[in-house]
Write a protein that binds this ligand. Structure first.
Ligand code: NOJ
Length: 631
């Protein structure tokens, strides 16, 4: 449906009805710890934007509202609400498992995980109940950002193996009845990609238009945009006397998606992989591909609020929908390929417009709003309150709608381990790991398990900055030590480093946790002697077997996939209780989100207990207790 343009006479309620406006305000309210009622109450919702401007001018500045209006008006449509009933597909029923190849299994002793290593563990994944694998990038890359900087889309990184190895992997995955999706990194290429290299060699090359080159009026970068990996988002090339944009590392050059040839080349490459038989893609930072024309300067207020300058010009750019539809029609659709987009900063209403089945864009997205509690960023040292996760999940379960389908995840290769965020007291590690599994595998949506999550992995105790490998952590450390002590800088890095998720997978209690015969590219966590796959496979009560059991239940009972979600006593702090219902089948899930003892829910009386993270019965609900009952 189309809507009218917003302007300064528009009311708060009109802004809240706009999908972008809704998501921005919703997030702002969360950050300020205010209830949604603040914008829905009759006095506030009827205030005009003009009035808000005059009230907040001093703190936000008028320019901020111009930027906001432009962004809001760039979305002319809003999601339909009427659709009833979810259309079944394989990916709604699947349990996905993310492999970070570098850290999964090394077969040749060079200390780096590889494709043959993955093949050797496929039976393990099948046993666990995994239906589909998401493989982080395995393409040829100089590894400035561990493969997210692609040099050649048509080749395999030599450390990981050969194209034959990949083809065998794909065949072995399919032989076991599983599916494989690849990582599609097309917002940027490596600066070592031939397209970029051509430009440096020959400035008149047609590939110059493949990237975002700009002249500057003076010796400074063309605009104030900042990189997610510290500093300006621009590199200067003296051969051209021009600057090129990189939102990520200095070696990850942003592509110019407004150039039709770029889009055509990318679609061709996608079809090439789909012809090989891959089942779909996870699309890296896909909401960043369309940049606002002219690459306008980033608004100061937005920059200060978000920590990055320029973001409002590309996180939901003017041609995003068009480009996604094109990829779908030209590449995905003919192969019935599955797509899940990584979409940082995008909230629920915008996600609807990106994923609703009638929109023909993406199948699902990863939204990240639940990974930090309001007011915090990844590098803050704080304890994550699971009550926020509950609120977030209920909100999505109740409002995302039948035309959309949600991804369920807490971890990936870009985030510290969830258990460590919530409570790093070792006494709670096991019940907490199982509680998180219970929530993830009994809700409506597709669960994505990140390698190691299934054995209850926690953050590593890195000793110094020399132990870290990630470009983001290292750049941020350099930036921080200019303003604070080395000790403080390292503490901050420890809270948020992506390397916590990238330590070697812990297979057994032998040397290097069974990951490699050689010397691992990043240190193994010391706890591998106690926390490893082999040990947990032998123990019926392990976290690993808990995951296995839950996945099995999910496969056996439609109620746990397509069943309706009904929250009980939503407002009760520290308690997350809900039903899943499908035809005559009904399950009740009861979780204690805190490390204290709670009263047991009276609802559960008479239900049959199917699975619990505590083996003995008790009168009260123990710390992080999680139970699944059949009604
Ligand atoms: C998101 C990926 O998940 C992350 O690992 C990478 O650094 C950036 N995109 C840039 O590709």
């Amino acid at each position: 449906m189309k809507r009218n343009k917003l302007n300064y006479n528009s009311k708060i309620k009109d802004i809240y009805a706009n999908p972008i406006g809704h998501d921005v305000l919703y997030k702002l309210l969360l950050q300020l710890n205010k209830s949604e009622k603040l914008v829905t109450n009759p006095i506030i919702k009827n205030l005009s934007l003009k009035t808000v401007v005059s009230l907040t001018q001093k703190s936000l500045g008028t320019e901020f509202f111009d930027v906001l209006l432009e962004l809001l008006n760039s979305e002319g449509e809003y999601p339909r609400t009427a659709q009833k009933g979810t259309k079944p597909t394989w990916w709604k029923e699947a349990v996905f498992y993310q492999i970070y190849p570098r850290s999964f299994m090394d077969s040749d002793g060079d200390g780096i995980g590889d494709i043959k290593g993955i093949i050797s563990k496929l039976d393990y994944l099948k046993e666990l109940g995994v239906d589909a694998i998401w493989l982080s990038p395995i393409y040829d890359s100089p590894n400035d950002d561990n493969g997210y900087d692609i040099r050649d889309y048509y080749d395999i990184m030599s450390e990981f193996g050969t194209m034959e190895d990949f083809e065998r992997l794909l065949a072995e995955v399919h032989k076991r009845g599983m599916k494989l999706i690849m990582d599609l990194v097309v917002n940027h290429t490596s600066d070592e990609h031939t397209w970029f290299q051509e430009v440096i060699k020959k400035p008149e090359s047609k590939y110059k238009e493949y990237y975002l080159f700009q002249k500057s009026k003076d010796e400074n970068p063309p605009n104030n945009w900042t990189s997610f990996f510290s500093g300006t988002a621009w590199n200067y090339y003296k051969e051209l006397d021009e600057w090129a944009l990189h939102l990520f590392s200095k070696k990850q050059m942003d592509l110019n998606w407004d150039n039709e040839n770029v889009r055509k080349d990318i679609q061709k490459m996608i079809r090439w992989w789909l012809t090989k038989g891959v089942d779909g893609f996870r699309l890296d930072v896909i909401n960043y591909i369309s940049k606002r024309e002219g690459l306008p300067w980033g608004n100061k207020t937005v920059g200060e609020l978000m920590g990055y300058y320029g973001i409002e010009n590309y996180y939901y750019g003017p041609n995003l929908h068009k480009y996604l539809r094109e990829i779908r029609a030209e590449a995905f659709e003919p192969f019935q390929a599955f797509s899940v987009g990584e979409t940082p900063g995008v909230g629920m209403e915008m996600s609807k417009l990106l994923t609703a089945d009638y929109r023909q864009e993406l199948d699902m997205v990863f939204s990240f709003d639940h990974l930090e509690t309001p007011g915090h960023v990844r590098f803050d040292d704080y304890q994550y309150d699971l009550n926020y996760l509950k609120e977030y999940l209920i909100h999505w379960m109740e409002h995302y709608g039948d035309a959309c389908w949600m991804s369920l995840f807490y971890e990936n290769h870009d985030n510290p381990r969830m258990i460590s965020k919530v409570n790093n007291n070792p006494a709670f590690r096991e019940p907490l790991a199982k509680l998180l599994a219970m929530i993830q595998l009994t809700l409506k949506g597709t669960p994505f398990i990140f390698q190691g999550q299934e054995i209850g992995s926690v953050n590593k105790t890195f000793q110094s900055i020399n132990d870290l490998r990630d470009v983001e952590s290292i750049n941020l450390y350099k930036e921080l030590i200019e303003k604070s002590s080395a000790e403080n800088a390292f503490q901050k890095i420890l809270s948020g480093s992506r390397d916590h998720a990238r330590t070697p997978m812990q297979w057994n209690n032998k040397k290097n946790a069974g990951f490699t015969e050689g010397s691992p590219w990043i240190g193994t966590d010391e706890d591998y002697r106690e926390w490893n796959v082999e040990k947990q496979l032998e123990n019926g009560d392990s976290v690993l077997n808990f995951y296995k059991h839950l996945i099995q239940l999910r496969k056996e009972h439609k109620a746990l996939t397509y069943g309706e979600f009904e929250a009980v006593n939503k407002k009760k702090k520290d308690r997350f209780t809900y039903y899943r219902k499908w035809e005559k089948e009904e399950f009740f899930i009861e979780c204690n989100l805190s490390n204290s003892t709670l009263r047991r829910s009276s609802k559960a009386v008479g239900y049959e207990l199917i699975l619990s993270n505590y083996s003995e019965p008790a009168k009260e609900l123990r710390p992080y207790e999680a139970n699944l009952y059949k009604v």
